[in-house]
Design a protein around this ligand. Structure first.
Ligand SMILES: Nc1nc2c(ncn2[C@@H]2O[C@H](COP(=O)(O)OP(=O)(O)OP(=O)(O)O)[C@@H](O)[C@H]2O)c(=O)[nH]1
Ligand SMILES: [Zn+2]
Length: 360
């Protein structure tokens, strides 16, 4: 292989700027972040490939002129980049990731499962109706922050709502760092309003409950509509999974769209950093409390309760922070740790779980 990869070493412009005619590799999502990790000579010997599908027997990878298979390995997932060794695929070298969604396995050992790597943007989708739930939005935003993925809140079904602006205002209260977009997913608006995050070479994911319009938005990104929407489903009020495989779909424009059922079951686990990012106002206040282990209840010198009393912090937001932290702690603990937790903590967790169920 004697391909010249030097063009991918430009550090002045990233592929995000959307050049007129991006190369195949750029359209697969190859960015300066990955190019910086590699010597040009190595690229010629072992060209970059991206994991487009995860199967039991291996990772399907695609590159400039390559379609290959790397033997299954637990340390890689869809969206990962490898330097591909065509002679010994198992010796391909995994590149450092920009971002990673992971979760704890449901089984006994609670291992980490890698869900998706190198996603640039997570569209957190909800609709301007009863699905809208501020606590759920916060969970997804915290998960995205924790994964180093940019969250964008997308409010769908504006056409069915008298006052979308109320929803927009509330969604904006989630975080000053998160853009909120409101649209009718069945119109041309998705293409117009999501364009900033859907340029060639970008990788996007859609998160949100069933029926909020994720497939509809994905369809909008594909000219021919390759991903099926569920349509009307009277037989199954809760909706069903129209997506089954763990893979990346590439739009004709070169946007990689993540398609994995795992995104649906993402739980708060070891996501303390993401929660801290989202609730920076609360955690900042907490550092000013008189006692380091302040529970922000009735302790003297508590900066958090003082802020609530002064009307600077919303009590409801504080409660949602507590619940998210409790959920994260619970899900992060091993089974043994869970058993040894004291009764009160168990009670708290049960109430959080009950609450979670009610929100679904
Ligand atoms: N009027 C209107 N209908 C919408 C909008 N977005 C989605 N829908 C409809 O809502 C239904 C559910 O949309 P989907 O795109 O299948 O929702 P989903 O989030 O992919 O659902 P799951 O596949 O179950 O996760 C479909 O009948 C869509 O046509 C919107 O903005 N306006
Ligand atoms: Zn306090």
């Amino acid at each position: 292989m004697t391909r010249d990869y030097s063009q991918f070493f430009s550090t002045s412009t990233s592929s995000q700027s959307g050049t007129e005619n991006p190369s195949k590799l750029a359209r697969l999502g190859w960015q300066t972040f990955f190019a910086r990790q590699v010597e040009p000579q190595a690229l010629n010997q072992t060209p970059p490939v991206r994991v487009s599908e995860v199967h039991r027997n291996g990772l399907r990878v695609v590159g400039e002129d390559i379609e290959g298979l790397i033997p299954a390995r637990p340390d890689a997932t869809v969206g990962d980049w490898f330097l591909y060794d065509a002679d010994l695929p198992a010796h391909s070298v995994l590149l450092e990731r920009k971002s990673l969604f992971k979760r704890r396995a449901p089984g006994h050992d609670r291992r980490f499962q890698l869900i998706a790597a190198n996603v640039d943007t997570a569209f957190i989708v909800t609709s301007c109706n009863a699905d809208f739930n501020i606590a759920r939005l916060e969970r997804y935003v915290a998960l995205a922050f924790d994964a180093d993925v940019t969250p964008v809140i997308v409010l769908t079904k504006t056409d069915l709502c008298d006052d979308p602006d109320t929803y927009v205002q509330e969604a904006m209260s989630v975080s000053g760092r998160v853009v909120v977009v409101a649209l009718n997913a069945l119109s041309r608006e998705p293409l117009e309003k999501l364009v900033d995050w859907c340029r060639p070479g970008q990788t996007v994911a859609f998160m949100g409950s069933s029926g909020v319009g994720k497939s509809t938005l994905v369809n909008a990104l594909f000219e021919e509509g390759r991903v099926a929407t569920a349509g009307i489903r009277e037989d199954d009020a809760k909706g069903r999974h129209t997506t089954t495989a763990r893979q990346l779909h590439f739009t004709p424009d070169g946007v990689a769209v993540l398609d994995t059922p795992g995104m649906r079951e993402l739980q708060m686990a070891d996501a303390e950093d993401g929660i801290a990012d989202l609730f920076a106002d609360v955690t900042d206040l907490a550092t000013q409390c008189k006692f380091r282990d302040c529970a922000h209840d009735s302790e003297p010198g508590c900066a958090v309760t003082a802020a609530i009393a002064a009307g600077e912090l919303d009590q409801a937001r504080l409660e949602r922070w507590r619940k998210l932290m409790a959920e994260d702690r619970f899900n992060s603990a091993s089974l043994a740790e869970r058993r040894s937790k004291d009764k009160n903590f168990g009670k708290m967790v049960r109430s959080v779980m009950k609450d979670k169920k009610n929100r679904r």
